[in-house]
Ligand binder design. Structure first.
Ligand SMILES: [Fe+2]
Length: 414
């Protein structure tokens, strides 16, 4: 399987799967100036960042867009960059912010003014809003299956808690990953944080970490007063989402710690009653894989999340699904976040099949299957979480959540 995915031509052929809005054929016949690896992400209030790559370095970073197919009333100009990794030179990576955009609206757009036309829908401004959540995605047949399941049902925003391409220093795999996810990532915002597979340092030869990730997956860190692309936050329809970095400094007094403190303090629960946190290495985990790897971060930051009544913490890294009850400091606590591990996207390393026995009382559901999660936030007080495995379409695990901001007892004891 690993060898298979290293051949771009085969990747192109086998990634023409029946998704929705942006499939192109034949991918290998694109000209140097044609947009490749097109995707969008949220970039501040009513704005979206459009990103794509061209082989031609001289293509202008411009996006034309509008609400009617083929009729583009607006245009925005951005910037482009490239990076070098050992002998690999990336294509030109274009980043263009467009907006202001209307919520819950379908927009049509072209990158660089060239064909084809893509389209995306902006998230709603009010509840309900639905998130699709997948960690440790990779680019295998299981990845393809996961993305097919995600694309089969409507959602507003895609959340990925780290480990994207599994390029692991083989830079062309970042390009094949960008091509693989384009049908979904060009039609709904993809918001990601980084995992260990994004670090990509090589002793002596390449000492800088996250080179490809930071160059390719620009997230709205400046828009959220962060100084690093490795941690940031954003608001969607009454939900404040915080993306943390498991592999950058997080100790007390570090930039990330200080930023998180300020970000949490700045949340207005009357405007965003819900708070979600995503990170890569789980703080709670009863799988034998990666035991204890999130522990020092948990010890440093858990009390902040608990104090500010974060509703849910979603992690990846462990290649399985696990849902915990509300937890604080290793004990069930009705005012703590619900912890979920969802590192089951389809990576090439396989599943983490062995769990601790007996199961700890705070772990409510665990299964080593590839799949994806969904959080449908219905209103300011209630949300529904579901997890589906790829082998069938039924809901394998689900729960109702009541927002902690609507809990009198938790707010009274804050
Ligand atoms: Fe990982």
């Amino acid at each position: 399987m690993k060898i298979f995915w290293q051949y771009p031509l085969l990747i192109s052929i086998f990634t023409i799967w029946g998704s929705t809005e942006s499939t192109r054929w034949p991918l290998n016949f694109l000209s140097d100036s044609d947009p490749q690896q097109v995707r969008i992400s949220l970039a501040g209030k009513n704005q979206v960042l459009v990103s794509w790559i061209t082989s031609d370095k001289n293509v202008e970073s411009v996006v034309v867009y509008g609400k009617v197919s083929g009729k583009y009333d607006n245009s925005s100009v951005g910037q482009s960059s490239s990076y070098q990794y050992l002998t690999y030179n990336s294509g030109e990576i274009h980043q263009v912010k467009i907006g202001p955009l209307e919520p819950g609206t379908l927009y049509y757009y072209r990158c660089g003014g060239a064909t084809p036309e893509f389209s995306f829908r902006t998230p709603p401004s009010v509840f309900p809003v639905e998130f699709a959540v997948v960690g440790d995605l990779g680019q295998t047949e299981w990845t393809k299956s996961t993305l097919q399941h995600v694309g089969a049902m409507p959602y507003d925003v895609f959340l990925l808690p780290g480990d994207l391409s599994y390029a692991d220093t083989e830079q062309p795999l970042w390009d094949s990953f960008g091509t693989l996810v384009e049908p979904l990532a060009s039609s709904r915002p993809w918001m990601v944080t980084q995992g260990n597979h994004e670090i990509e340092t090589i002793p002596v030869l390449h000492s800088q970490s996250f080179t490809a990730y930071n160059a390719r997956w620009l997230m709205p860190y400046q828009e959220s007063q962060s100084t690093s692309n490795l941690y940031y936050s954003f608001d969607v329809s009454g939900v404040h989402v915080i993306m943390l970095g498991s592999y950058t400094d997080f100790e007390v007094g570090s930039d990330q710690y200080t930023w998180l403190q300020a970000d949490l303090k700045g949340v207005d629960r009357t405007k965003t009653p819900w708070i979600l946190v995503l990170l890569h290495a789980p703080w709670y985990n009863s799988n034998l894989a990666h035991q204890g790897e999130g522990e020092s971060m948990r010890k440093t930051m858990e009390n902040m999340l608990f104090r500010e009544r974060v509703d849910m913490v979603l992690a990846g890294h462990v290649h399985a699904y696990e849902r915990f009850t509300r937890v604080y400091d290793n004990n069930a606590n009705e005012c703590g976040p619900v912890y979920v591990t969802i590192g089951d996207g389809g990576n090439r390393e396989g599943l983490a099949t062995t769990f601790e026995s007996p199961s700890p009382s705070i772990s409510l559901y665990r299964e080593a299957s590839f799949g994806h999660g969904r959080l449908r936030v219905l209103n300011s007080s209630h949300a529904h979480w579901t997890w589906r495995r790829n082998n069938d379409t039924t809901v394998a695990d689900e729960m109702w959540l009541k927002s902690l901001s609507s809990s009198d007892s938790c707010n009274g004891s804050a």
